[in-house]
Design a protein around this ligand. Structure first.
Ligand code: DHB
Ligand code: MG
Length: 220
């Protein structure tokens, strides 16, 4: 009953605020066609990311976990013409899909896709003294969420917004778990709550995806 009303309201919000053009909708279709998991953000969540990126006038965006690039396209479309999303993906197979999707969505020029281990890439970026990011979206493996966040924090400045996906996991965070994804986000949520370099909170998410949450942190 509640899942149905959540889905209907999601569709209502999507129709008003988050309509997908054809190439964007095609990404979701193609995920099914290739038997990949439907683990991208929803359209409404993609629009939320755009709103938050706009809130900090984002010109440099970091994404950890490209998958096939659905959220990356939403983020790129929040950028000015001289902006950039640097997005990191471990699996070359996903990255190949993402490259095609960026082309189809006409955003390739706004995206720098880096393939490899995210922690290595983030640490290298710090060493290279790359400019800080205005906005960060973490949506990769759940087990090292703490490490991703702390590495992203090293590439941030005062006012950077860092959003992390999937931190409620249908309420499974409430209980002791043996699932490494749940344990990863439990550890993350505790670290975030105690981290005095940010002001943070968790927004529960319902809609056409299962009940979950996004942690929103702003660097002090
Ligand atoms: C999973 C990962 C995600 O990024 C997501 O949005 C939903 C589920 C997962 O690995 O289970
Ligand atoms: Mg996710």
């Amino acid at each position: 009953m509640s899942q149905e009303i959540f889905s209907q309201c999601d569709e209502y919000i999507q129709n008003l605020f988050a309509e997908e053009d054809e190439p964007l909708a095609n990404i979701i279709k193609q995920i099914d066609e290739n038997n990949l998991p439907q683990q991208s953000v929803s359209a409404v969540q993609g629009k939320l990311l755009q709103v938050m990126a706009s809130a900090c006038n984002a010109k440099r965006i970091l994404e950890v976990g490209t998958f096939v690039g659905y959220s990356t396209v939403w983020l790129a479309r929040a950028l000015p013409a001289d902006g950039k999303v640097i997005t990191i993906e471990l699996e070359e197979n996903h990255a190949a899909f993402a490259r095609n999707n960026f082309k189809a969505c006409n955003v390739s020029h706004l995206i720098d896709l880096r393939v490899g281990n995210a922690l290595d890439i983030l640490h290298q970026m710090k060493k290279n003294m790359e400019a800080p990011f205005d906005f960060v979206f973490i949506d990769a493996d759940k087990k090292p969420y703490v490490e991703y966040f702390l590495a992203a924090l090293e590439l941030s400045r005062r006012g950077t917004i860092i959003i992390s996906d999937n931190v409620i996991r249908e309420g499974n965070v409430l209980q002791k778990s043996t699932d490494e994804k749940v344990i990863g986000v439990q550890r993350f949520n505790k670290m975030l709550a105690e981290n005095n370099r940010v002001v943070a909170n968790i927004l529960q998410t319902v809609g056409n995806k299962s009940h979950d949450g996004m942690a929103i942190a702003v660097v002090k």
